[in-house]
Design a protein around this ligand. Structure first.
Ligand code: ADP
Ligand code: MG
Length: 339
């Protein structure tokens, strides 16, 4: 008879990492989200070799105290659910307390952090989930987390990494999503010693959109704004002259979180029906804000997909908002292929 054994924590974390940490870009997403949750006003991301060799995210957020550092890399440990009810109205990007523990179990991690109250900083090194003692260090207020050699101890997963260029592409996409969602934060992305993006904080969302997609897109934005007291929709749809051959340039942000949602993408497509040639997809940047109890973000480990309590209502609000706007807009109607 086989015996049942309780798995050691480090193995549990490696298994969890298999769910959330697919590639360097997943690490980047988790680290950037943590910096946003920490109230950072400036976040710097540095990558080397498409993140396969090195990823470092530094922020000027609230920091982590020396005593709490080991907890930060412990699974199911989070500062974001102060009581058991808060799971049902999550206001932060993170809440599962899994990311750092997962990443630390499959990489070499160095965390340096200092809180506002702390007179000095503290650092913690973890190698494949094994913690070294916390040591004092000099560092500015905030947190810097460096990941080296992702998947060094899980060779099969390391083998599945693509070329540095491909991995870098995924990282740039993760950075783009987060930078679009947070124009109030100064965000920098460097690849080795080359700065790819240096985006000062801005009140104008258009600035961010232009920084990533250029004038062709930012000049053809049609502003949206509707509010029924519960569901607020803002952002931009793009002139049909600027369409794409796939739906990847449909950026949906729900309560500040980038999401993929088939139904809302369908609503976007419906609104453009008759305005685009078959096989062309609209470009849009939509921000939807709803009361947190109208959505469950806890259905997908990466929280990329969510579940609405009343998806039909949100679908109709998006469709109506777009249609209404299009009716009152002098659309150029240059239906045809564009880049
Ligand atoms: P979660 O974000 O779901 O809480 P994580 O594993 O991503 O879980 O992080 C664990 C905890 O570590 C967070 O709850 C937070 O308290 C702390 N932490 C992580 N990154 C940062 C950061 N950049 N600044 C301040 N605290 C952080
Ligand atoms: Mg997190």
């Amino acid at each position: 008879m086989p015996t049942i054994r309780q798995l050691p924590p480090n193995l549990v974390n490696q298994i969890a990492a298999g769910e959330v940490i697919e590639r360097p870009a997943s690490v980047v997403k988790e680290l950037l989200e943590n910096s946003v949750d920490a109230g950072a006003r400036r976040i710097e991301l540095l990558i080397e070799k498409g993140g396969t060799e090195r990823i470092r995210v530094s922020d000027d957020g609230c920091g982590i105290s020396a005593e709490q550092l080991p907890l930060a890399v412990t699974s199911h440990a989070t500062s974001k659910l102060p009581d058991d009810d808060s799971l049902f109205h999550v206001g932060t990007l993170g809440f599962r307390g899994e990311a750092l523990a997962s990443i630390a179990s499959v990489s070499q991690m160095l965390i340096r952090s200092r809180t506002e109250a702390g007179s000095e900083g503290a650092e913690l090194r973890i190698r494949g989930g094994v913690l070294e003692p916390v040591a004092p260090c000099g560092c500015p207020q905030g947190t810097s987390i460096e990941i080296r050699n992702l998947f060094f101890n899980t060779p099969v997963r390391r083998k599945f990494l693509r070329t540095p260029q491909t991995e870098r592409g995924h990282i740039v996409e993760a950075f783009t999503r987060l930078a679009l969602a947070n124009p109030q934060i100064h965000m920098v992305l460097s690849n080795g010693d080359k700065t790819l993006y240096d985006l000062p904080q801005t009140e104008r969302w258009v600035d961010r959109i232009e920084a990533f997609f250029g004038g062709e897109v930012s000049d053809s934005l049609i502003p949206l704004d509707s509010d029924d007291g519960q569901i607020r929709i803002s952002g931009y749809a793009c002139d049909p002259a600027v369409s794409r051959g796939n739906n990847r340039m449909q950026y949906l942000f729900l309560n500040g979180r980038f999401i993929r949602d088939r139904s809302l993408q369908h609503a976007l497509g419906e609104a453009y029906r008759g305005l685009l040639m078959v096989g062309r997809f609209p470009v849009g940047f939509l921000r939807v804000s709803i009361p947190p109890e109208m959505v469950d973000v806890n259905v997908h480990p990466c929280k990329l997909e969510v579940r609405f309590t009343d998806g039909g209502r949100i679908y109709s609000r998006v469709l109506q908002t777009l249609r209404h706007r299009f009716l009152s807009t002098d659309m150029t109607m240059r239906v045809g292929p564009s880049s």
